[in-house]
Design a protein around this ligand. Structure first.
Ligand code: DC
Length: 224
């Protein structure tokens, strides 16, 4: 297939980003991390001293933002106003504030056009929460990646750098469960599996097993 969209949705800590990047690299495709876009907007909101829950103030900030949306699965260089923000968008502060920002309908609408344009720019693996339902409902393959909550929390805990500010795994699990609940129950484009998605449960899978399972499903649909 010369161009395709593979949508990979699901909650936090399923290994979604690593899996999506590897699937894209294996297929020689591009990769779009839509969560990173919400994180960049959130970082800009915090930098501007705006309350992340103030929908109008956050919406007013949008036209002033300039950021890169990389699609190379190997080199994801995230920049906000020309500054490298790859680490800053993964901070606890951004993670704690990203849910209200991503529930803001003005933010979703503003990002949607850019996401759809990139999703349909060729051979693409697109990762997020609403890709199969809202951004690319006609995707060639829709994956809903899940894993038990405890396993997801342990994986997220391992992602955080040890030392200063390290959270206990149960605190990570509490925060992760709260964010998933918020993301799943918001009014606009909530996290949910598309009806025609294939659920892949990665609880007992290593990353490479999950990648292999998705590549198999892609192959069955003529994507190689
Ligand atoms: O995948 P992530 O943890 O980087 O996503 C950050 C947040 O952005 C997450 O709380 C949900 C939100 N998000 C969203 O609402 N829609 C998307 N397509 C991707 C992410």
């Amino acid at each position: 297939m010369s161009s395709f969209v593979i949508a990979i949705d699901g909650p936090s800590g399923t290994g979604k980003s690593t899996v999506s990047r590897r699937v894209a690299a294996a297929l020689g495709a591009g990769y779009l991390d839509t969560g990173a876009m919400y994180r960049i907007v959130t970082l800009a909101v915090l930098n501007a001293g705006v309350d992340p829950a103030d929908d109008e103030a956050v919406a007013a900030l949008l036209p002033t933002l300039t950021f890169a949306s990389p699609t190379d699965p190997v080199a994801q260089n995230h920049e906000l106003d020309g500054v490298d923000v790859g680490q800053a968008i993964r901070s606890h502060e951004v993670t704690a504030a990203v849910s209200p920002v991503s529930a803001n309908p003005a933010v979703r609408l503003w990002l949607k056009e850019r996401q759809q344009e990139l999703a349909h720019s060729g051979r693409m693996v697109v990762e997020g929460r609403d890709i199969g339902t809202v951004i690319a409902p006609g995707a060639d393959l829709k994956i809903y990646l899940t894993a038990d909550e405890g396993v997801r929390a342990a994986r997220r805990h391992r992602d955080y750098a040890p030392g200063a500010g390290a959270l206990q795994v149960d605190a990570v699990q509490t925060a992760l469960a709260a964010r998933d609940r918020f993301d799943s129950t918001r009014a606009h484009a909530p996290l949910r599996a598309a009806e025609d998605s294939v659920e892949v449960d990665s609880t007992h899978f290593e990353i490479e097993d999950t990648v292999a399972a998705i590549l198999r499903l892609a192959g069955e649909r003529g994507i190689s």
